[in-house]
Write a protein that binds this ligand. Structure first.
Ligand SMILES: Nc1ncnc2c1ncn2[C@@H]1O[C@H](COP(=O)(O)OP(=O)(O)O)[C@@H](O)[C@H]1O
Ligand SMILES: [Mg+2]
Length: 240
């Protein structure tokens, strides 16, 4: 299993936000976490990314522990271990966090040259190929503020995918998109999962999008996963 999260607990002060949740994502699989605002979805993904430390539980990504709990004691990956784990992770945030002063190409190559120390020509080649795949070949020299919302999001995806992550997380990827762009997003995510074998974890409350993109759907309510559904079961529930 690519991602395995087991018995995760997390409280902020005395508010329990994750109350014993377990979930997994396999290679090439698209799994969605759905549920009302405040259910704990973002916190769950932040724990996976190591951006938030859970209080109890075990999370492994490709065999490496973000945190583990043994005999009731929870230990977290060191900074160095986390840096290693993050090399296999990509995250597309709700606000795309592009650098406004950099071009599209520079936004996408930055991690390759600065974190992965890949030579600039090689980084440029990889970035251009990824941008072309996402239909942005003619935008490489534009600045983010010259792009539409859908295009900005694709730049954010290109930036996350150019480093060849094994696991890709999206927080509300369709929040700012109209329906035609949602279809496009479904195709992009499916392509990354099925062609590249990337495991994808999505947070969303867009039911149609979730229905079309997911292999499995986990329903969250007040810090718990209340139902685990196959794509087909989720479709049936939506029809009802
Ligand atoms: N850093 C934080 N400090 C305190 N409470 C937080 C923090 N982050 C999230 N919460 C609370 O945790 C709950 C779950 O939030 P979140 O994970 O963002 O839910 P969702 O993404 O499902 O809307 C909410 O009640 C929220 O107010
Ligand atoms: Mg959220």
């Amino acid at each position: 299993m690519l991602l395995e999260a087991k018995n995760i607990f997390k409280a902020f002060r005395d508010t329990v936000v994750l109350n014993d949740i377990s979930f997994s994502v396999d290679q090439g699989e698209v799994v969605s976490l759905v549920g009302q605002s405040g259910a704990g979805k973002t916190t769950a993904v932040r724990c996976v990314m190591g951006l938030e430390k859970c209080d109890k539980g075990t999370i492994t990504i490709n065999g490496r522990a973000v945190c583990k709990t043994e005999n009731g004691v929870c230990t977290h990956a060191t900074k160095k271990e986390l840096a290693q784990i993050r090399r296999e992770l990509g995250m597309v945030f709700q606000a795309y966090h592009l650098f406004p002063h950099l071009t599209v190409l520079e936004n996408v190559t930055l991690a390759l040259t600065d974190v992965y120390k890949i030579p600039k020509t090689e980084a440029n080649e990889a970035a251009v190929a990824m941008l072309e795949r996402l239909g942005l070949g003619d935008k490489i020299n534009n600045k983010p503020n010259e792009l539409s919302g859908g295009q900005k999001q694709r730049v954010a995806i290109a930036r996350s995918c150019v480093t060849n992550p094994k696991l890709l997380c999206f927080d509300e990827p369709t929040a700012a998109l109209d329906s035609a762009l949602v279809v496009e997003m479904v195709n992009i995510i499916k392509d990354l999962a099925k062609k590249d074998g990337i495991g994808v974890l999505i947070i969303s409350h867009d039911e149609k999008f979730v229905r079309d993109v997911s292999d499995r759907v986990l329903m969250m309510e007040q810090g718990r996963i209340t139902r685990e559904l196959s794509a087909e079961e989720f479709k049936q529930i939506m029809r009802a």
